[in-house]
Design a binder for this molecule. Structure first.
Ligand code: AOF
Ligand code: ZN
Length: 336
């Protein structure tokens, strides 16, 4: 069997679970004998079985029929089997117990609880291990997970909606929609991808936003993060069916660093100009998404930025741009 072909197959199939496994990575596994696939398994849901366990349990149904002993089989998985006992058992130990002799791995798990220890357990038990098949694709598929563990901080994206004349809202704080419904639907898809959504007290009090992902598929809703020094009403929409971390401190680096040891790998910031500019000034933002409408707010509008080339001077370069109805969506990334 061609390992790359098998890896591509499981990477592709694992993708369907990306909204239900987050903040965990998506992982796929496949078990085969010579040219025959025996079983497949995926990490389907956060807190549920890991991919290897599902694949092995599926294969057990065929023991004595399609094969006699697990030593005849090869297991291929996108991510290094875990060594730790987390919400479920250690996959590496389970693989050893099953009796495999050959394992093919896509990428080493960057999680410090694992990072090579799973491979060590396998090799210490005389299992042949090959690592690195389609490694780049596995990393790309779990971009936020790899980023978090490599950089010891979550990936941070700021999303803003701007009028044509660069404004965020009216100075009387009247709640308005600047962009079209199509852009606002696109924002729902972005929210669905992130592990946490962060806003500030002003946005909370002025807009009473829900900030959940209103999409027509299953998704683990993001954790919510509120930065405010003023009192707030706990009955606001933001708190409905959500786990919310509230910070009264203003040091953004300290706030973000407090997520180093958590499972949160990505944070979407949706707030007003003051907090957005503070995040950008700190240099901790990795991506900036700007939806710009054809509407102008004029003199009564509050500007997102205090100068025309602010985005570039904060160190961002345009990555992509597209039209959404009459709006424009631009994605900027940090120019390293
Ligand atoms: C695997 N196979 O299918 C996945 C792995 O909280 P837990 O117990 O579910 O563990 C989550 C961690 O396990 C996650 O951060 C990552 O390091 C690894 N994910 N490992 O062997 C899998 N999903
Ligand atoms: Zn595992």
């Amino acid at each position: 069997m061609n390992y790359e072909d098998l890896m591509l197959r499981v990477i592709k199939k694992a993708n369907q679970f990306k909204y239900t496994t987050k903040p965990n990575p998506v992982v796929g596994a496949i078990i085969f004998k010579a040219n025959k696939v025996i079983s497949e398994g995926y990490h389907e849901i956060y807190g549920g079985n890991h991919a290897e366990i599902n694949a092995i349990e599926e294969a057990q149904k065929y023991q004595g029929k399609k094969f006699q002993d697990f030593s005849e089989l090869t297991l291929l998985c996108t991510l290094e089997p875990c060594s730790h006992i987390g919400k479920t058992g250690s996959c590496a130990e389970f693989i050893v117990q099953a009796g495999f002799k050959n394992i093919i791995i896509g990428a080493v798990d960057p999680n410090p609880k694992v990072s090579g220890r799973g491979i060590e357990i396998l090799r210490n038990n005389k299992i042949n291990v090959e690592v690195g098949v389609c490694e780049d694709l596995v990393e790309k598929q779990n971009k936020f997970f790899f980023y978090k563990h490599k950089n010891n901080k979550p990936y941070i994206t700021v999303k803003i909606a701007s009028s044509l004349d660069g404004k965020s809202h009216y100075n009387n704080n009247e709640k308005i929609f600047i962009t079209t419904e199509s852009s606002r639907n696109d924002v729902q898809l972005i929210r669905a991808k992130y592990d946490a959504i962060l806003t500030g007290g002003n946005t909370l009090r002025n807009d009473n936003p829900q900030m959940n992902a209103r999409v027509d598929f299953s998704v683990n809703q993001a954790k919510k993060i509120l930065l405010t020094q003023k009192p707030f009403d706990k009955n606001l929409n933001f708190f409905k069916n959500a786990s919310v971390d509230v910070f009264e401190i203003t040091n953004l680096i300290d706030i973000i660093n407090s997520y180093q040891k958590s499972e949160i790998c990505s944070i979407l910031v949706e707030s007003g100009p003051r907090l957005v500019n503070s995040f950008l000034k700190e240099g901790i933002v990795d991506e900036l998404i700007i939806y710009t409408s054809k509407k102008e707010l004029g003199k009564e509008g509050i500007s997102w930025f205090d100068k025309d080339n602010a985005v570039e001077s904060y160190g961002f370069k345009l990555e992509s741009t597209c039209k959404i109805n009459t709006d424009t969506k631009e994605i900027f990334i940090k120019d390293e």
